[in-house]
Ligand binder design. Structure first.
Ligand code: FE2
Length: 286
């Protein structure tokens, strides 16, 4: 199949497009690979339906964009250590929900992931959608004074709230029955990133903060930082900056973690949802 058969259909005004005309299980030609990369730069999150991918096929799709990032704190598949199982069994009820707060993945790292590939092995009959927001659109809609102020600021990120020594998952009651999350003191470390990040492919500026991992601004205590962060989070997740994807078994999403946040909706108690995720290595935010 040639790259000309690939078509993209935006699903919202701000970001997100479904890509048709490609079977990701086959070896891809260079033009096809380039078309997929361009689609991601253009739309920030892209979706493919009805794919039939082995774990190796899933790793090959992630390889289109770079090396693999091995996710800390979350136990990976025994057979494929670069793939994490994201599973909520019917009996897990609403006990936990992996990804159920707005966030970008692993921004506590010096080089946070470039993106992720998420593949649906089993979708609930309804619910379990994922929301995404365009952090470049959110930045662009701020006042010039706010943009200038934020441009020079640095934020401190940490895995502390979730995976640190006193984090959410240290409470056994918060652990799901179906995933193994292993908090540690490693999660308490702080990492500095610019509040406004320039995308290395498009040179667009976007907000690079998120409610799970951003702790405060550098040089500002929490009580000064938090009201500004709260304003920015509320601003960034306005509906016009969002798209929403309803999963079907065999659907696959690739998101650009440098210019988006995502949120997994927990509205399918009593049903099983099973995903596999491969995370793509990224570079130092600038
Ligand atoms: Fe995530």
């Amino acid at each position: 199949m040639r790259a000309e058969t690939i078509a993209t259909y935006p699903i919202a005004g701000a970001l997100g497009a479904e890509v048709s005309g490609i079977d990701l299980a086959r070896p891809l030609s260079n033009p096809e690979t380039e078309a997929i990369r361009q689609a991601l730069w253009n739309h920030k999150v892209i979706f493919f339906r009805s794919q039939s991918l082995s774990p190796k096929g899933l790793l090959r799709v992630a390889g289109i964009f770079g090396g693999i990032y091995r996710v800390p704190f979350v136990r990976a598949r025994d057979d494929f250590p670069d793939i994490i199982d994201i599973v909520k069994e019917a009996e897990d009820d609403n006990k936990y929900n992996f990804g159920g707060v707005w966030h970008s993945d692993a921004t506590f790292e010096a080089c946070p992931p470039m993106g992720s590939v998420l593949y649906c092995l089993e979708s609930p009959p309804h619910g379990g959608d994922t929301l995404f927001v365009n952090m470049e659109a959110a930045y662009a809609a701020l006042s010039d004074v706010m943009k200038t102020t934020l441009d020079g600021m640095v934020a401190l990120h940490s895995a502390e709230r979730n995976y640190g020594s006193g984090g959410y998952f240290t409470d056994d009651k918060k652990q799901g029955v179906s995933m193994s999350i292993e908090p540690s003191a490693e999660g308490d470390k702080l990492m500095e990133h610019p509040v406004v990040r320039t995308h290395p492919e498009t040179c667009n500026k976007g907000l690079f903060i998120n409610p799970i991992y951003t702790m405060r601004f550098k040089g500002m205590p929490t009580q000064e930082s938090q009201p500004i962060l709260n304003f920015l989070y509320n601003h960034a997740v306005r509906p016009e900056f969002q798209c929403r994807f309803g999963w079907t078994t065999g659907a696959l999403a690739i998101w650009d973690n440098r210019c988006t946040m995502h949120f997994s909706i927990n509205d399918y108690a009593g049903y099983r949802r099973h995903m596999n995720r491969v995370t793509i290595a990224g570079d130092r935010p600038r």
